[in-house]
Structures are given as structure tokens and as C-alpha cells.
Design a protein around this ligand. Sequence first.
Ligand code: COA
Length: 281
Amino acid sequence: MSEDQVVSVRVEDRIAWVKFARPEKRNAMNPALNRQMMEVLDDLEYRDDVGVLVLGGEGNSWSAGMDLKEYFRETEAQGLRGVRKSQRESYGWFRRLRWFHKPTIAMVNGWCFGGGFGPLFACDLAICADEAQFGLSEINWGILPGGGVTKVVVDLLPMRDAMWLTLTGELIDGKQASAMRLVNESVPLDRLEARTTEVAKLLLKKNSVALKFAKDAVRRVGVMTYDEAEDYLVRMQEAANFHDKTDGRKEGIRQFIDEKSYKPGLGAYDLDKAAGKPGQG
Ligand code: COA
């Protein structure tokens, strides 16, 4: 029996618009959605026609978190085997998204609850609607924020804010989420897609190999000592030089110093002038 399609995908101008697509269930993540997200990421990750991935939600919700019926109750009824399988499926695509080969933007249009903080954190950048509502509802139905969610809020927020959301289960709107730095910025809902497109296009102008190495570095260095980070960054730049078949770093210096055609302080060098297309690393 084939599953309902609960993830939508559209690729346009090198932006992959991936959306949670169970609007009638407020885009709660059920096992089918978790499996389909993994397949979608698999399909998109190394495609040449995809430079940025945006994760949005169909309808008035981004994601109402894990599906309380299908993800929790029904898998628990299957015993530990069922529980562990559904956990692997959800944590699996969150992890895949955290280390996705292209930069990613969460475009939060509405509700974002509990388990939804997993993909929210997995995305490199996050832009939300002022009208969006975020909450750790777990405490309201009697559990702690698991599935990495407590780790997510502690990594993203100061302790008082993390504790507030965790213990009270109170909602915050988009503007509050932006002030708390849970997201990069908040804009009126009718500007959300346009602003997300602008940010995606900004990223598309950058060297794709540098983007992947840079985003990984931001996530990795936090748990390293200074010396470890210094060493990691030196070696990763050397690895990036190897993977970048366009020799982007030299081209960037050439266009500034010799050609004087741009200023790195004010924008990116012209990728099209480089020897070939930016390498996929
Ligand atoms: N798991 C399973 N089903 C969910 C769900 C979830 N997390 N969130 C919403 N749904 C379902 C509802 O059961 C309802 O199903 P039905 O039409 O078969 O009755 C449908 O989606 C619509 O939800 P409804 O509550 O009527 O929509 P609303 O717009 O009035 O409220 C929410 C939206 C998101 C505030 C509310 O649905 C809610 O509190 N959801 C649970 C959020 C949560 O705690 N998530 C778990 C985090 S781990």
C-alpha cells in the first residue's frame, strides 16, 4: 500500500522548497513524513540544480511537532522495536538536515511545537512570520522535551529563556522568537516567502564549497578547545581548497587585487568568471 504524500517539493531557480504537507494535522510529524523527508533529502542533497534548501509548512502551520497518535501512541503499542524504529526515522532526517551539503533555511509560517524544534535547529538559518507561534508543549502533556529538543534550546538560547520555555510551555510569537535569537529574523507573514527568497539568493552567490565547510565549522567548533578549533579550521580550509575545483579562493583574491572588479567587504566575487562551475565538494 503506498503512503500518502506528506512532504511537498518544488525546485525553482536553484532553491529547493521542501514543505511539511499534512496541513489538516497541522503538519505533525508522523512516521510516514519522517521517512519521506529522508527520501527527499537524499534526492536533493547532491543535485546540481539545488543550491539552497528551504524548509516550510503547507497551510497555517510549520509543524505541530511529533504526531502524538502515530509517532507516540501507535509505535509504543508495537513495543521497543517500534519506538526505536520511529526514533531512528525522525532523528535520522534531523541529523541529515543538520549536516546537509547545501545551506538550509527554516521558513516558519505558523505553529512550531516541541519536536519541530529539531528541524528548526537543523536548518542553518531561520526566518519566521511575526504571526508564527513557538512553544515547548511537552510539559503540557506530561513529558520532558526529548528527541534532542532540550539540547536544541540550550544550544540556541540563554539558560533563562531555555528554562522558561521548557517549564511553562508558554507560547512566544515570531517577534519574541527573533528577540530571543531562536530565529534570525521575523517579518510579516505576507513578506515571509519574499524575504526567504532574498536570503536564499544571497547564499546562492557564494562559493558552494566554502558554504559547506563554513556551516559545518560553526556547528563543530563549539565543543572544541581553542587549540582544537584552530587546528580544525586550518585543516578544513586545506580540505576545502582540495574540494573546490574552481580554485575559488585564488579567484576571489584575483578579482579583488588584480581585476579590482569587486570588494570582498561588500559582497561576493563573481562565480561565473571562475574556471568552471563551483565544485560540489
Ligand atoms: N499530533 C497528532 N495530531 C495532531 C497534532 C500532533 N502533534 N497536532 C495537531 N493534530 C491534529 C489534531 O488532533 C486534529 O486532528 P483531527 O482533525 O483528526 O481532530 C488536527 O490536527 C487539527 O488540530 P486542531 O487541534 O483542531 O487545530 P488547531 O488549529 O485548533 O490547534 C494546535 C493547533 C497546533 C495548537 C493544536 O493542534 C495542538 O496543540 N497540537 C499539539 C501540539 C503538540 O503538543 N505537539 C507535540 C510536540 S512534541
